[in-house]
Each structure stands twice: as structure tokens, then as C-alpha cells.
Ligand binder design. Structure first.
Ligand code: B12
Ligand code: SF4
Length: 509
């Protein structure tokens, strides 16, 4: 049987980094790991073709016995288009992934088979049922996946060279109970990890295919600290034995800061940046959303400790909690500057379907519109401490301040001074890196507007003067700013449309 698995193209987003990919000579920032995961779950008698629309156009006339589509809520529209286009051509279409898992009612009847939640058992079951000629309309796993039995994902059908960073996954599930979180809804509260042997096989597979940076796409890499430490020890040994060919990044909870051993092991494994859901500098808002693990100490002090260990912190921040009033925006800005976090994914609170927050707000009649899945542009909630209009306006101002060149470069420079950013993957600059540097200088200095050019030159000069080993980090941060600042400008134009509609009291916004 021939199986075509498709990931829809990303919309313009904070992370998609479309604007800087040409400088890096890449087509997409990260691959969606569900594609290689499903390929790895497919028995060898079937032929699997992977199509990531971020890398190549979909061939809607391709011959395939089964077409599988994945995607997030933000991809809703494109998923529905892809499904309809293949169904029109008489193909057998199945869907799974975060959109199908959180919003199954939107796909029922539109696809031949629907997969809700993890598919390690249900996908092979479906393939057997399909071969036998009798399958179910919907598959849900009876239990969470035992990750120690998950087969090696197949990365080889992916065009690995098209991605800036490869993705692999150690574990799923998180022990915490944040009210807005869909991860614990989809993957549960018991962290389940793969074995060290499985992980080393994945690391070697992506390195063999040419990866130099790897994103461990766990929602909380330290959900089970003992297992995380075991893996980091093995990764540190592997890096030492192979000349540190890989740089890792991941996502973790803020209690990472309170474990010096964990920080040292991360650094030893060359895990150099971590995305952390800090969410709010306001204790009452953290308490409200049950993010109690962030209340153990001053969050800025916790971030500083992680940075001092040589690990960059990227933040997830949220405005719009019930305890947030119109003064929250200044508080967020002051916190991000003081915590010296250049990359802050600051969004508006959204209630994702199936989460406790969604149930609470629905019961209170506080859901204004359907969830669009992109917390940067829209929120579906009616806030308690301000109007929706105040939330949109305050948020817009906050984003502009955060990504103003002066404020951003102040954070970047403070980080470079404080964080031991050098070392690690110390490979000399090869031809590819030199080409990146040339394109970087062109886009961020020579052909850039004066304000950007000046910011870049100042950042590089100050870094060269104060911490030469961090020049690579300074360049990356300057390049990222090009993406963020342009993204925020475009986003503000879209926010203005919502703001104008809210001023007209349009009930659809
Ligand atoms: C890596 C990642 C990214 C990468 C994207 C890489 C890419 N090209 O897709 C980046 C950083 C760019 C990104 C961006 C965003 N992301 Co993201 N991301 C993730 C992350 C951490 C890992 C995804 C992954 O590969 N998982 C591993 C795979 C194996 O798991 P899986 O997809 O669930 O697949 C399993 C099952 O679902 C099932 N399955 C999946 N697909 C299919 C298909 C078929 C046919 C079948 C049978 C089964 C099946 O089988 C798999 C094995 O069990 C997840 C969180 C997570 N832990 O999954 C968030 C997550 C998917 N992202 C999320 C969001 C909100 C976003 C953004 C919208 C954020 C933003 N506003 O910018 C953007 C959207 C990008 C865009 N504009 O298009 C949400 C989605 C919420 C939702 N329910 O829709 C998640 C769940 C995180 C969260 N809780 O907030 N993201
Ligand atoms: S720490 Fe992160 S993954 Fe865990 S419950 Fe909270 S938001 Fe979800």
C-alpha cells in the first residue's frame, strides 16, 4: 500500500522565522516530528512518502492508497482544504495530530478515518484493519503510549537538509496542572520517556543525515528529572566521544533553575537553550492558572541562574489572566527586560478546547469566539480585569515595546554579558557558515534600514569587545530580531483590524 503523509504549511508565525530562512539557506525551521514518527510506525511492506508543505508543494494528483494529514488548530483552514482536495479526487483520507485530537467534531464526516491523541498503537491497528478490509471511523488509544516501545522514527524520507534544526522527542506528558494547558489533556500527567538507547539511536540517525542542531520537542524535558539526568549523562559522553557535533535545545519548566546538577548536565551535553513557560511576573495570575511551580522563587532570579549556567532562556508569556488588569503590560515589559530574555513568545491567553480553562470560561459564558489557535493574533476569552479592547490594545503596545530595537538589543547584550554563551559546538566556520555570515551582513547591516544596521553593528561591536566567544550568539540574536521586528509590524496591522472591530463592538471579534 502507498501512504502519503502531509504536514500543512505554517502560517506566518512567531516561530516560523520565514524571513530569515533565506539567510540560513533553509526552507523551514523545524520538521513536524509526527511525519517521521508515523513513518517509523508503518510496517516495511508499505511505501511511505512524507510531504511537508513548508518544503515542497503538495501533489494533489499523487497516487496514494491512503493520505494522512496532520496539523495544529492554527492549521484548521489548510487541513480542511487539503482533506477536501484529496476527497474530491476519490482518495482515502485520514487525519490525526493536535487539531484532530482537540477538535474531532470539526473533522468527523469530512475524513474517512479520524485519529484522536497518540497513534503508536492505533496507526498500526488501522493499517492491519485496512488490509483486512474493515476499519473503524475513529481510533482512540486505550492507554497512553509506552515510550520505551516506540520504534525509531524514520527521518530518511524527509528532506533533512531543508530544515534549520532537526526534531526528536525524549518524553511526553508533564506532572504539572496549568489550567490552560492542552499538553496534559493530550499526553497526560505522567511523564513517559524513551530509553537512553532509543535516544542515542535517534541522535545518531539525525546526525548521520547532516543535522547540527537538534530540538528535543518535549513539552517538559525535566518532567521526570531522574530520567532526564540519565539521558544528559549519556548525551554528554556521546558528544565527548564524537567531538561535540550537535547543539541541543528543549522546553522545560522553571523549576530547572533549582537543580544545579541538572543545569551542569545540560551544559555538559551542549544543551544551550531552553524554552520555559514563565507565563506571568504576577504571582496572583500564576496562582490562578495553577502554575505553582513558578512561585517557588523570584522568576527573574531563577532565569538568571539558568543563564549563568550557559543556557539561554526563551520565555513563553501570557497576558489576559483574570488577575491581570491594565497595569499588567508594563509589568511584563519590566520583567522581560530585567530577566534579560531576548526571545519572549508573549501572547494573549487562549482557551484551547478540552482544557480546564475552556470548561471554566464556557460555563461562565466567557468565550467570545472560537479558538483560532494562534495566541499572537486572537484570543477567544473575555478577560475579567479589563475589556477585550483593552487587552488587544495593551498587548499590541507591549509587543511593539518588546521588539523595539533599543529594548531588544539591551536584553541581548545583558544576556551576552551574563551568560557564558561561548564554547560548545566549536567547529570552525566552514563554507556554509561563511555564506551565512555574508548573507547576515548583507541583510542586517548593508541592506538594512539605518536603525537595524546600527543595532546590529553595536551589538556585534560590544560583543567583540566584551565577550568574543559569544559572537555567534550575537549574530543569531541580531538575525532573529529582523524576523521578530518585521513579524510584529505585520501582526500589528492584523491586530489593528481586530481593534477597529472591537471599537465598533463587532460581536464576531
Ligand atoms: C515542534 C513544535 C513546533 C514547531 C513546528 C514544527 C512544525 N513544522 O510543525 C514550531 C516551533 C515552529 C511550532 C510552532 C507553533 N506551534 Co508548536 N509545537 C511543537 C511541539 C513542541 C512538538 C510537535 C511535535 O513534533 N510533536 C511530536 C509528535 C510525534 O507528536 P504529535 O504531533 O502529537 O503526533 C502524535 C499524535 O498526535 C499522532 N498524530 C499526529 N499527526 C497525525 C496524523 C495522522 C494521519 C495520524 C494517524 C496520527 C497523527 O501520532 C503521533 C504519535 O503518537 C508541540 C508540543 C508537543 N509536545 O507535541 C507544539 C504544539 C503542537 N504547538 C502548538 C502551537 C500552538 C504552535 C503555534 C501556533 C504557536 C504560535 N502561535 O506561533 C505555532 C504554529 C506554527 C504555524 N504558524 O504554523 C500547540 C498546538 C495546540 C493545538 N492543539 O493546536 C502545541 C501542542 C504546543 C502547545 N500545547 O501549545 N511548534
Ligand atoms: S508546565 Fe507546561 S506542559 Fe506542564 S502543565 Fe504547565 S503549561 Fe503544560
Amino acid at each position: 500500500m502507498k501512504i502519503l503523509l502531509i504536514a500543512p504549511r505554517n502560517l506566518e508565525s512567531f516561530w516560523a522565522c520565514d524571513r530569515i530562512l533565506p539567510s540560513l539557506g533553509k526552507r523551514c525551521i523545524y520538521p513536524n516530528l509526527s511525519l517521521p514518527t508515523l513513518a517509523g510506525l508503518t510496517p516495511p511492506e508499505h511505501e511511505v512518502v512524507l510531504c511537508d508543505e513548508n518544503v515542497e508543494a503538495i501533489d494533489f494528483d499523487a497516487a496514494a492508497d491512503v493520505v494522512g494529514v496532520t496539523g495544529y488548530i492554527v492549521h484548521r483552514q489548510r487541513i480542511l482544504e487539503i482533506v477536501a482536495a484529496f476527497r474530491r479526487r476519490g482518495r482515502f483520507v485520514v487525519a490525526g495530530g493536535p487539531f484532530a485530537s482537540l477538535c474531532p467534531e470539526e473533522l468527523r464526516g469530512l475524513v474517512d478515518v479520524l485519529f484522536v491523541d497518540e497513534a503508536e498503537t492505533t496507526w498500526p491497528q488501522f493499517l492491519r484493519d485496512h488490509a483486512a478490509g474493515a476499519w473503524q471511523a475513529e481510533y482512540r488509544p486505550a492507554a497512553k503510549t509506552d515510550m520505551t516501545t516506540a520504534p525509531l522514527p524514520r527521518f530518511d524520507p524527509l528532506r533533512v537538509d531543508a530544515y534549520q534544526t532537526m526534531t526528536i522527542q525524549f518524553g511526553r506528558g508533564c506532572p504539572f496542572t496549568c489550567e490552560f494547558c492542552d499538553i496534559i489533556v493530550m499526553y497526560g500527567r505522567v511523564p513517559r520517556t524513551k530509553t537512553v538507547a532509543q535516544m542515542l539511536a535517534e541522535v545518531e540517525a539525525v546526525q548521520r543525515l547532516g543535522a547540527t542542531t537538534v530540538f528535543l520537542v518535549d513539552d517538559n524535558f525535566i518532567g521526570n528529572k531522574r530520567e532526564a539526568k540519565g539521558l544528559l549523562r549519556a548525551l554528554a559522553d556521546w558528544q565527548a566521544a564524537h567531538g561535540t557535533p550537535l547543539e541541543f535545545m528543549t522546553e522545560a519548566s522553571l523549576n530547572l533553575a533549582q537543580d544545579a546538577e541538572l543545569l551542569a548536565l545540560m551544559r555538559a551535553a551542549n544543551l544551550r537553550s531552553v524554552f520555559i513557560g514563565i507565563e506571568s511576573p504576577r504571582a496572583a495570575s500564576l496562582r490562578e492558572t495553577k502554575k505553582v511551580q513558578n512561585l517557588r522563587e523570584d522568576p527573574a532570579a531563577a532565569v538568571h541562574r539558568i543563564q549563568a549556567a550557559g543556557i539561554e532562556v526563551m520565555a513563553g508569556m501570557i497576558v489576559g489572566f483574570d488577575n491581570d488588569d491594565a497595569s499588567i503590560f508594563d509589568e511584563h515589559f519590566a520583567f522581560i527586560q530585567a530577566a534579560r530574555i531576548p526571545v519572549s513568545m508573549t501572547g494573549m491567553l487562549n482557551a484551547l478546547p478540552r482544557t480546564p480553562l475552556h470548561a471554566r470560561l464556557a460555563a461562565a459564558g466567557r468565550l467570545a469566539v472560537a479558538c483560532a489557535g494562534d495566541q499572537f493574533e486572537l484570543t477567544n476569552i473575555v478577560p475579567a480585569g479589563m475589556s477585550r479592547l483593552e487587552l488587544f490594545e495593551g498587548y499590541r503596545r507591549l509587543l511593539l515595546r518588546l521588539y523595539d530595537a533599543r529594548h531588544y538589543s539591551a536584553r541581548a547584550l545583558a544576556l551576552i554579558r551574563a551568560c557564558d554563551a561561548g564554547g560548545g559546538a566549536s567547529a570552525p566556520l566552514g563554507r556554509r557558515e561563511l555564506a551565512i555570515v555574508a548573507r547576515f551582513l548583507w541583510r542586517c547591516v548593508l541592506a538594512a534600514p539605518p536603525r537595524r544596521a546600527w543595532m546590529t553593528v553595536r551589538l556585534l561591536a560590544a560583543t567583540a569587545w566584551q565577550r568574543q566567544a559569544a559572537l555567534r550568539t550575537a549574530m543569531t540574536l541580531a538575525l532573529l530580531h529582523k524576523h521578530f521586528a518585521e513579524y510584529v509590524d505585520d501582526l500589528c496591522a492584523r491586530l489593528d483590524v481586530h481593534i477597529a472591530a472591537l471599537r465598533r463592538a463587532d460581536p464576531n471579534v
